[in-house]
Write a protein that binds this ligand. Structure first.
Ligand code: GLY
Length: 361
């Protein structure tokens, strides 16, 4: 039995038409804009028109306009724009959705404003532990890493796991040894220190102490203090979908705690038959709701539209008590970016090639 497929207008659009180019794509990770420009020269032959699309997020949470300074907002927007540019430059040169999502996420990992890579939050032990995953919708190949302490760009290690390890998920020291074997950039844990994340940890610890001692001192702990994540989903002009997600997890998490981002079918999922999804929010709830795979299954088995499926799974998360959001794109280039928090850092490329960046509801 199929449910009626309603074509919702909100956040949906047919994506840009662009000429297809030869798709001889090399294997090494994309990474930077310079790498993208070298790998995908503008003058590749273009034969037919096809569509592609890209959506990114930089985390959902209590993001209030009144608490944001114009300067800070500019910095967040600039970070999102750089990430969209990195992915878009690859897609418009007929590059793959895997390369585009990896490149976009690497930019966000290098930006201290976002909770991933450089800007990762702290565990209760005052350390940083990062998780990431990437999935190829064409082959259903996936790679995931968890509890990393020294890897500058966890998303690239996730990709390496997908392409070279013969496994889907590797965590901790084993993952870092695999990174080293493959010449990946490792950094001193000090690299991940940011004052803002450290202060958020102290605030949460003080709130906890106050609660357990019965002192009753009030601390305003926002979603922003607690979590955040970055992600990208893309459709390339060969019709292939990909999803990539990277995170520092949740502030004050126990060392060893793993969230939804590296769990294939929870925070990250891609299937050419349906959609590509990257989630952000309270990982425990997104795991319990099997967000990514549930969404794909609703589309594949029940015929729900992208938007209907996304809202259904987000409602399931909310019913369990979880907050957050997700970004998703389907094989036709429709996109949706729902969230149940005050805001979500997010962006996509509109049908005219214009970058749309949004933060608040
Ligand atoms: N959504 C990220 C995490 O919970 O780790």
């Amino acid at each position: 039995m199929k449910l009626a497929v309603a074509f919702g207008a909100n956040c949906f659009f047919a994506f840009m038409l662009f000429s297809a180019a030869a798709s001889a794509l090399a294997e090494e990770p994309a990474g930077s804009l310079t790498a993208a420009a070298e790998k995908y020269p503008e003058n590749q032959p273009r034969m037919e028109t096809k569509k592609f699309g890209l959506v990114i997020h930089g985390g959902a949470g209590t993001i209030e306009r009144t608490k944001m300074t114009p300067e800070k907002e500019r910095e967040y927007r600039a970070g999102l724009e750089r990430a969209l540019t990195a992915g878009y430059e690859i897609l418009k040169r007929a590059g793959s959705s895997i390369d585009a999502t990896e490149a976009a996420v690497r930019v966000l990992e290098d930006d201290p404003h976002f909770n991933a890579g450089k800007g990762s939050v702290f565990t209760s032990a005052g350390t940083n532990e990062m998780d990431a995953a990437i999935m190829d919708g064409k082959t259903l190949a996936a790679g995931a890493v968890a509890s990393l302490k020294h890897v500058k760009n966890p998303i690239s290690l996730a990709r390496l796991v997908m392409e070279k390890s013969g496994h889907v998920m590797i965590d901790g020291e084993g993952a870092e040894a695999f990174a080293k074997e493959n010449g990946m950039e490792l950094v001193d844990p000090k690299y991940f220190f940011t004052q803002e994340r450290w202060d958020a940890l102290q605030k949460i610890k003080s709130a906890e102490k106050s609660r357990t001692s019965g002192a009753g001192k009030a601390f305003l702990i926002t979603d922003q203090d607690r979590h955040g994540t970055v992600g990208a989903v893309a459709l390339d002009e060969n019709g292939n979908l990909a999803a990539a997600t990277s995170t520092g997890g949740t502030t004050n998490k126990r060392p060893g705690r793993v969230g939804d981002s590296p769990i294939i079918g929870a925070g990250t999922y891609a299937n050419n038959a349906t959609c590509a999804v990257s989630a952000t929010g309270d990982g425990e709830y997104f795991i319990r709701a099997s967000v990514g795979h549930d969404m794909s299954a609703l589309m594949e088995y029940w015929g729900l539209s992208l938007k209907e499926a996304a809202q259904t799974v987000l409602d399931k998360v909310a019913k369990l008590g979880g907050t957050g959001g997700l970004i998703a794109i389907d094989h036709q280039g429709n996109v949706t970016l729902p969230f149940n928090t005050a805001g979500m850092y997010r962006g996509y490329v509109d049908p005219n090639g214009k970058f749309v960046l949004e933060i608040y509801k």
